[in-house]
Design a protein around this ligand. Structure first.
Ligand code: SF4
Length: 427
């Protein structure tokens, strides 16, 4: 293989690697111990995963783009480099000093509607700019219309697109159907890249996820404590880890190392930043274009983000000891109940009920709902949630209309002003 071609297949990952290295060095060299622990540990393990991907791309391994809703660990049945479309867009929007707005604009100029999800538009723009050269892309037909309507763009770049069909209802017959879809899709992907899926190897990678699940549950339990021993930024970094390192030992180690830090804080009844004054739950997404907001809330307002959508509602582990049919059934059940998949593809009753229960279980003082321009399927939920929280728990909810990956839609100044005014009404 021509090494220049191999080197040029995954340029944004090299950008991530460079940014994550400098971030890691800054944190190690400048900050005292105990500051930005999530970032310190996260940059080490995200860095490992991205370095590995860059090296394998150079060796000529196929680059497989995938929606975050198609679990990365399932792709380990191949020798391939999985690249999460949504995660790469948002990690780069957080890490690059100027963000990735220029790639959104490239897509807008190409003719793609401006109001679609920026999580996809980022990597789409980078692909249009020939920074990514995917060998194939796989995405379920969920969790939203943006996904289904945006991904066909990749076909215009002659990239084969595989679309496992994901049903709407969350019940046994759906899991069976989706299990079949996952298997057929992996087989189709194998034909495209000229490899036979190795399901035994895939099982081993799923095992890491099962181990990680136990640690995630322990951390979730610790967050019930007052003050919460988990810093706000952890929520964003753990989402980054999920995107770049799911199905690997790096993800497990990240969680294990961070759990020890959280336990120490818990034993000392120590909060991160200034004293915890307000406990908030963000039932949807954080704001990715400027993660310093997490520190602002911890240090200026004393507002804890107990968790965001990627840090609760963990899907039950897959039984890796079962036969192949049961394994795929479990993989489908898990996939359909992952964060954002569960909320965006199901009726809203369970989401509302879950939010009300979490407010009580975690002693939340308020909710903050980021109403992302892309998520039209979720547009009617915030008002219903606000009413439920007021009636059932007596707590308020702040709603912020924005694009979580594009700083031009609602500026960070406006967001901070809204949160500061809201915080004053709570104290
Ligand atoms: S559910 Fe919302 S955030 Fe997730 S991919 Fe769709 S539009 Fe984007």
């Amino acid at each position: 293989m021509n090494s220049n071609i191999a080197n040029n297949k995954i340029i944004p990952y090299e950008m991530v690697l460079k940014s994550i290295r400098s971030t890691g060095e800054l944190v190690e060299r400048i900050l005292p111990n105990g500051e930005l622990d999530a970032l310190r540990i996260g940059s080490k393990y995200i860095g490992n995963a991205v370095r590995d991907a860059v090296e394998k791309a150079k060796e000529g391994w196929p680059i497989i783009g995938h929606h975050f809703a198609f679990q990365r660990e399932y792709l380990y049945c191949f020798d391939c480099v999985p690249v999460c479309v949504e995660g790469t867009s948002y990690l780069l929007s957080a890490l690059l000093p100027d963000g990735i707005e220029r790639y959104y604009d490239l897509m807008a100029n190409w003719g793609h509607p401006f109001h679609t999800c920026s999580s996809q538009k980022g990597v789409m723009g980078m692909t249009l700019d020939n920074l990514f050269q995917f060998d194939a892309i796989i995405t379920p037909t969920a969790p939203c219309d943006n996904t289904y309507a945006s991904y066909p763009f990749f076909e215009s770049k002659n990239i084969p697109l595989i679309l496992p069909d994901l049903p709407f209802l969350h019940e046994e017959k759906s899991y069976k159907y989706y299990a079949e879809q996952i298997k057929l899709s992996l087989e189709r992907l194998g034909e495209i890249i000229g490899q036979k899926p190795d399901y035994e190897r895939m099982r081993n990678h799923i095992k890491y996820e099962n181990e990680t699940y136990k640690v995630q549950m322990e951390l979730l339990e610790l967050r019930k404590a007052t003050p919460c021993p988990v810093e706000n930024l952890f929520n964003a970094i753990s989402a980054g880890i999920a995107v770049f390192a799911s199905g690997t030992q790096d993800k497990l180690k990240f969680y294990q190392e961070y759990l020890e830090i959280a336990k120490k804080r818990y034993k000392r009844k120590q909060s991160y930043g200034i004293d915890e004054k307000i406990r908030s739950i963000w039932p949807y997404m954080l704001i990715f274009f400027d993660l310093s907001l997490c520190e602002f809330l911890d240090r200026e307002l004393g507002m804890t983000i107990l968790f965001d959508i990627f840090n609760y509602n963990f899907s039950e582990p897959v039984d890796v000891s079962s036969d192949l049919d049961s394994l795929f059934y479990d993989m489908a059940r898990r996939g359909m109940n992952m964060p954002m998949m569960k909320e965006s593809t199901d009726f809203y009753y369970s989401f509302i009920e879950n939010c009300v229960n979490m407010a009580k279980d975690y002693s939340a003082d308020c909710y903050v709902f980021t109403s992302h321009v892309g998520c039209k399927q979720f547009g009617s939920v915030p008002q219903i949630l606000r009413e439920a929280l007021r009636e059932e728990c007596g707590i308020p909810m702040l709603m912020i209309d924005l694009d979580v990956g594009d700083k031009r839609f609602t500026s960070m100044k406006i967001i901070k002003d809204k949160l500061s005014i809201f915080a004053k009404t709570l104290l």
